[in-house]
Design a protein around this ligand. Sequence first.
Ligand SMILES: NC(=O)c1ccc[n+]([C@@H]2O[C@H](COP(=O)([O-])OP(=O)(O)OC[C@H]3O[C@@H](n4cnc5c(N)ncnc54)[C@H](O)[C@@H]3O)[C@@H](O)[C@H]2O)c1
Length: 380
Amino acid sequence: MFILPNNIRVAIAGVGSCASSLIQLVAMAKREEAGQSLSGIMHEEIGGYRIKDIDFVCAFEVDQRKVGLDLADAAFTEPNIAKKHIDIPLQNVIVTAGPLLDGIDGHLSQIIRPAEQARQVETKYVTKKLRDAQADVLVCYLPTGSYEAVRAYATAALEAKVAFINATPEPVATDSYFQKKFLEGGVPLLGDDLRSHLGATTLHTALIELFQSRGIEITNTYQLNFGGNSDFFNLSSPGRSTSKQKSKRNALNAAGIDASNVSAGPNGYIQYLGDNKVCYLRLEGRSILESPISLELRLEVEDSPNSAGVVINAIRVAQTSKNFGLSGVIDEVCSLLFKSPRYGATESEALNHFSNFVRKYSGKEFFRLNSKEEKIDERD
Ligand SMILES: NC(=O)c1ccc[n+]([C@@H]2O[C@H](COP(=O)([O-])OP(=O)(O)OC[C@H]3O[C@@H](n4cnc5c(N)ncnc54)[C@H](O)[C@@H]3O)[C@@H](O)[C@H]2O)c1
């Protein structure tokens, strides 16, 4: 029997649209009737944890409209645009100011006015808040391009011994400094750049694998993405999308093509799309007798819930890794959950690695402790 700590205590940095969808998904799971299952969920249980076992204990923001609010209210505060699928009960977590640094450089400074405290707080304040809240996992949802700010939260998590999930494309799990520090510190690290549950990258890499499995050489391809949320607004700032472009190309390279000249954007901010993301995808190739083959499709999804479907797996993997003493980058799961992992893989290899991890640490006889302090007891 494996004895588990209680619920997973999650901290959030950046209460934007992705965070809003995550909080809604967890709220929905908590009120789920017995026997009812939620749509689109890959794994009901990972490492003994169901989605309803996630609790939010701490949150950092810079927007003066969100700082000081309960997390449930901040989740629906402008400029967040994630659709409201459910009313969220008060979380009893007051959103606190985190270090601003380069968080809203570029176009975001037109729509976010930072709270005064955000200009003053330092990394060690984040470390203290994480410790005080007894957080297990920190999910970093900062805007793309916040290189310094993402590093500050990663450093705080490391110091507080809190597992770190980097949803952004800024390098943390792919940065050799942090790889070493998290490994030596005994802290799990997951990243970089969250994939979507079923989004453009996953579809593109799966189709590349399908073409290649039939011996078809891919001669040209593109993946054009458009959206109207603040993520797309931010990515339309010159210089703020560099890491995202690189991350998308990394995923395509790992799928088995040379993506150095492939256009795989963010390709434009179209305000009226709101949180809907539209992707146009094309593949061209050479098949039997050099005959041409091409495929074109259009994918439309709600962007923010699409990320929540992945982060609920990442959170449970991070906690499971802690429980079983794994530290540093958890490579087995990162190729499925992130666009830019340390070691990329094809779609089916990534799915296999992830399923192996889940199988290894799930379906056991788990027993919950009342006290968070006690460790896993591996008695059989
Ligand atoms: N499907 C998806 O939407 C998806 C998929 C993969 C990755 N991501 C990545 O996830 C991240 C979050 O996306 P989003 O759509 O929620 O963006 P968002 O713009 O809605 O939210 C970002 C939030 O971070 C806050 N912020 C800025 N600087 C901060 C700082 N220094 N400290 C604390 N908070 C700060 C902003 O005020 C904002 O509320 C982005 O990097 C995005 O690229 C999103």
